[in-house]
Design a protein around this ligand. Sequence first.
Ligand code: UD1
Ligand code: CA
Length: 456
Amino acid sequence: MKITTIILAAGKGTRMRSELPKILHEIANRPLLQHVYDTAKHLENNTIKIVVGHGAELVTEALKNLDADWVEQTQQLGTGHAVQQVSDQIADADNVLILYGDVPLLKLETVRLLINNVNDRSLALLTVNLTNPAGYGRIVRNTAGQVVKIVEEKDATEAEKQINEVNTGIMAVQGQQLKKWLSQLSNSNVQGEYYLTDVIEMAVADHITIVTSQPETEDEVLGVNNRIQLSHLERVYQQEQANSLMEQGVTLKDPMRFDQRGSIDSLGQDIEIDINVILEGNNSIGSNVKIGANTHIKNSIIGDNVTLFANCVIEDAVIGQGSRIGPYARLRPESLLAENVHIGNFVEIKKSSVAAGSKINHLSYIGDTTVGAKVNIGAGTITCNYDGVNKFRTIIEDGAFIGSNSQLVAPVIIGKNATIGAGSTITKDSPENQLTLSRAKQISVTGWQRPVKLEK
Ligand code: UD1
Ligand code: CA
């Protein structure tokens, strides 16, 4: 059975008070509309149509990679009018699934259950019972309990307003039938809109049964209309991801203070994550990894038995097994660390590889550098990789020892097992096994007197 999914996303989102169209606001770094699309994408034999209106250009540009047909609704005359824009693209034999672009947390299982209920004798409707149903369309049932229509809040009688079962807006309808009903919609209601919900009454008149199902939780069908609701759904989403990680054997010191904005490609066992950690993009984390508080990791691969102490910022990096990083370390893109590397506090690494067992423990900048194995880089060492115009590489071979507060002016090679005296500015290649230093000779001045304070 083929499915056409229509995602309604033309609404303005006034209450977001934003220049950005509502559906481009994000949950876990992913636009609301993208969440809905990603869920729909899992359905087999599915064509996705997205109805856009407000900020259509911005939306289609921002999400141009989506495998969907964009349909423009230039005037927002109601949900029924929005679906009418797609009407001529619906095949008679298709089942049509209607989703909202601003309802991001709807689960695939819920959608599958809904779709199972649609055929040429029945229309599938997702409803939910709310303690406070204000603002929603109410589900009106007859004495036999069958759904007979949906009445919008503004058109509802006092008695209908007492109904707690509401329309989520999400439904699945047989294509040919939907097209017929769409052509019969009118806007003679309090809001002067073409209501999609009016198809329910038409279906009933055509002896189609309305089969309702419910989501597991209310949060699944909550829409985003303002930034308070956005933040609520962000936390719901984060809690779900935290639960999933804990189920997979990760210890989270506080799941309320953990954020995953992206995916985890591979996950080891017995990982321990302290508070306020953010995992962004695609990360892989090996077994027995400990991640300290306030650490931000983006698009990185962390090997087994790695310890990241608190307050590290790590991006596009690879950290070999057994390495110890931080506290307060920054690994910038293309930092490739082999196993058992130690990177200490206030060390910045960029576009550099560091071979096994090397240590850069304090206050250093290592950029555009190849560091060999078992190298020790002393406190305050800086690679001067940039002359203001071009960048050059520094090569530090195996076993080298760089004395504290040295500057290595690239391009330069420090040979195998070379020692650089503390405080040196190295501008020429330094031979292996030798001590190289560049430093003014130390002198002591005999008979020198400290200045004394002048009389005023
Ligand atoms: C709609 C339903 C209501 C339901 C509620 C659930 C109708 C008439 N009412 O109400 O029964 O309880 O959703 O949230 O369907 N949209 C367009 N083009 C338009 C109008 C809306 O694309 O012309 C999109 C919006 O961007 C949004 C969705 O449709 O994603 C729902 O629109 P909204 O205005 O929020 O619907 P309500 O009137 O609140
Ligand atoms: Ca709404």
